[in-house]
Ligand binder design. Structure first.
Ligand SMILES: NC(=O)c1ccc[n+]([C@@H]2O[C@H](COP(=O)([O-])OP(=O)(O)OC[C@H]3O[C@@H](n4cnc5c(N)ncnc54)[C@H](O)[C@@H]3O)[C@@H](O)[C@H]2O)c1
Length: 324
């Protein structure tokens, strides 16, 4: 049975939403986070928090053994594509070495299941709808570190007979309808940046790249609401545990949304005249990436609850108004 779950990065954006769903489902939730981009106020009541880095193998092992952890949801990472191009060593250390340390700390414990947050940034750029079998070829250092982690996890879990679920998230956005949690850390995420900007008296938004070969010249992504992605973690965890199986799954709605589409939706919702400033393309950015989510739908009989751009935008704006 899945009972005691450790979330690394549980004080972060997706980690806090995942904790919320696990608690709702009466699971015991333990959190390891060094609060580098996470926040104490995102740590929900009824969870046990350890402020530590995933690089601290000894502490991790103690936490896992002491709390009889049976499942781990590994989200702790650094994730800015732009920063990863400038600081590749940092990305390799935290994402790749951190994952190795976590895996070493699992040896000879009761951990049976591991969920890993991978990304669509592992795929080669330029495909319209990617399946899990589409050619891999990260455009960014960040995507490269996640692909390395996937390989290390697969080898380790096969050797030590641990079920794994590698979730390749597409772009995550929105906030919980509970109103308690949402995204605080800015990073380089489109919806977060738009939410911050539309609160200003004279909002100005920078678009990086307006001459891509897409319908309107801007990048295209497949945005998924954070509560849907968090629910996927829970359902995949139950399934891999029940059937002692492992899998890799694309997690997106399968819909392409351009930067301009998102801007239009924010303008419509807030009635603000968002001024646009055009900037050159950023190194490492993919042009277009959209998921084929058939495998996910089949694996957990998935029915998303927030598959609607306006719903996502609305939840972002409500949260942003609340936090300041
Ligand atoms: N947000 C997205 O759109 C998206 C898309 C694809 C994949 N992901 C993946 O999802 C995961 C969570 O991302 P998020 O959006 O919630 O970001 P986030 O920055 O809010 O969460 C990451 C958490 O990890 C913690 N952390 C970082 N380094 C750590 C370390 N060495 N030890 C312990 N904790 C550490 C941070 O403090 C933070 O709380 C990441 O692995 C990311 O790569 C996110």
């Amino acid at each position: 049975m899945v009972k005691n779950i450790l979330i690394t990065g549980g004080a972060g954006y997706i980690g806090s939403h995942t904790a919320e769903i696990l608690i709702k489902n009466k699971k015991k939730v333990f959190i390891v986070d060094d609060l580098s981009t996470g926040y104490k106020k995102l740590i929900l009541k009824n969870t046990k928090f350890y402020k530590t880095s995933i690089l601290n193998k000894k502490k991790l092992k103690n936490i896992i053994v002491k709390n009889n952890i049976d499942s781990i949801i590994h989200l702790a990472a650094v994730l800015s594509v732009g920063e990863s191009e400038k600081k590749p060593k940092k990305y390799n250390k935290i994402n790749v070495e951190g994952t190795k340390k976590l895996l070493e700390s699992i040896k000879n414990t009761k951990v049976k299941n591991l969920i890993f947050s991978s990304t669509c940034a592992v795929y080669k750029d330029g495909f319209t709808k990617v399946t899990e079998k589409t050619k891999l070829g990260p455009t960014s250092v960040y995507g490269g570190t996640k692909l390395k982690c996937e390989k290390i996890i697969k080898t380790f879990c096969k050797k030590y007979k641990i079920n794994f679920g590698i979730l390749r998230y597409f772009n995550v956005a929105g906030a919980s309808v509970s109103g308690k949690i949402g995204q605080i850390n800015k990073g380089d995420q489109l919806f977060k940046n738009l939410s911050i900007e539309v609160k200003k008296k004279k909002p100005i938004f920078r678009i990086y790249g307006t001459k891509y070969k897409t319908k309107d010249g801007t990048c295209i992504r497949d945005y998924i609401h954070v509560s849907d992605i968090s629910d996927i973690h829970y359902k995949v965890l139950l399934k891999i545990n029940k059937y002692n199986t492992s899998t890799i799954l694309n997690c997106g709605y399968g819909k392409g949304i351009s930067v301009n589409d998102a801007i239009k939706s924010f303008r419509k919702y807030t009635n603000k005249n968002l001024k646009i400033v055009k900037f050159p393309n950023r190194k490492g950015d993919m042009v277009k990436v959209i998921s084929n989510n058939s495998k996910l739908k089949k694996f957990i009989k998935w029915k998303p609850k927030f598959n609607n751009l306006n719903k996502i935008v609305k939840s972002c704006i409500i949260w942003e108004r609340k936090i300041n």
